[in-house]
Design a protein around this ligand. Structure first.
Ligand code: GTP
Ligand code: MG
Length: 201
């Protein structure tokens, strides 16, 4: 049987417990949101195929538990990831401060050259914001990675974030193969412009 996709990318979400990793994965893969909170045990994954630059890209999205007690299990999955999404909660300063530790964990456990993406989730809760957007933008810039504020609940920037990451990985893989290196994917400039905006509800 013919393959139903051109590329398979493995993505991984990491970040403190409760920041909304599972909700982001469910929003992206199933286009829904459930308000009930069930903390992830160990690791789980969902799949969605998207089209990027005319290519069918199958995304295998691994959702990790943020709780410390699952560290040993979850870090074992870093190595196989081509893209890692670091998530914090804009209403929880500690979850943002911990991004440094998650970055360190990537350095220690992931493959060199893994694409990273920073997400500030729960941007629908503007009145409870503790982390100014500028702080996260600065951090992302220091690490040379993309940044979006997202809401799994209100469906803000979730599509954009996953597409941008898939696009970056695709660009990197085609460059490696020496095929028509493009400086910018079509989604690149528009997503970068829209990247940090978050609708307040
Ligand atoms: P662990 O599995 O323990 O690592 O947590 P997690 O990061 O997977 O968090 P989860 O997705 O389970 O969400 C935690 C809580 O935050 C739940 O009560 C969600 O309903 C809520 N939540 C997630 N995303 C959003 C969001 O975008 N906006 C708001 N307001 N709440 C959210
Ligand atoms: Mg979870």
């Amino acid at each position: 049987m013919a393959k139903s996709y051109d590329h398979l990318f493995k993505l991984l979400l990491i970040g403190d417990s409760g920041v909304g990793k599972t909700c982001l994965v469910i929003r992206f893969a199933e286009r829904s949101f459930a308000g009930t909170y069930i903390s992830t045990i160990g690791i789980d994954f969902k799949i969605r195929t998207v089209e990027v630059e005319g290519k069918k890209v199958k995304l295998q999205v691994w959702d990790t538990a943020g709780q410390e007690r699952f560290k040993t299990i979850t870090t074992a999955y870093y190595r196989g990831a081509m893209g890692i999404i670091l998530v914090y909660d804009i209403t929880d300063e500690r979850s943002f401060e911990n991004i440094q530790n998650w970055m360190k964990s990537i350095k220690e456990n992931a493959s060199a050259g893994v694409e990273r993406l920073l997400l500030g989730n729960k941007c629908d809760m503007e009145s409870k914001r503790k982390v100014p957007r500028e702080r996260a933008e600065k951090l992302a810039k220091e690490h040379g990675i993309r940044f979006f504020e997202t809401s799994a609940k209100a469906s803000v920037n979730v599509e954009e974030a996953f597409h941008a990451l898939a696009g970056d990985i695709l660009l990197k893989s085609t460059r490696k193969l020496g095929q028509s290196p493009k400086e910018h994917l079509d989604l690149d400039s528009s997503e970068k412009r829209r990247g940090s905006k978050c609708a307040v509800i």
